[in-house]
Design a protein around this ligand. Structure first.
Ligand code: NI
Length: 138
């Protein structure tokens, strides 16, 4: 682990009590670990709003019987091949496919890919989540 820095934080009693209840419910062992995660989350959110580099996944369910949908989804993914690391395809049932697309790149490009896929007729649901690329000091 990199060097640890300690700093003091002053909080009003109701705020620290609410924080302790919150982190207990999430099974954090220490306030420090909970605070580290909060800081990381905020930095990821900042990268997202500023168009920084993120890693993540786009998850969607679609009906592969819809005419031309499969080809269209593949065309769109080829347009974004510079940010797509891999795609996993699962045949959910007779009609439905689940696709999990791992991505790494500019947050704004991930959002463009997600939107381009989501608006296609036959795509039942799509969601995406982002995390840190692990690079840099944060
Ligand atoms: Ni399938």
């Amino acid at each position: 682990m990199s060097d640890l820095y300690r700093f003091g934080v002053s909080l009003e009693k109701p705020l620290i009590e609410a924080f302790d209840r919150h982190i207990q419910a999430q099974h954090y062992k220490t306030r420090s670990e909970a605070l580290r995660d909060l800081i990381r989350e905020e930095l990821i959110r900042k990268k997202w709003t500023e168009g920084g580099s993120v890693a993540g996944s786009v998850v969607m369910t679609y009906d592969h019987h819809k005419r031309e949908l499969v080809n269209l989804l593949i065309d769109i993914q080829h347009d974004f091949q510079d940010i797509i690391i891999s795609t996993q395809h699962v045949h959910l049932d007779h009609h439905h496919c689940l696709e999990i697309i791992a991505v790494r790149g500019k947050a704004s490009d991930v959002e463009k890919l997600a939107t381009a896929l989501k608006v296609q007729v036959g795509v039942k649901h799509l969601s995406f989540s982002i995390t840190s690329t692990g690079e840099g000091k944060d």
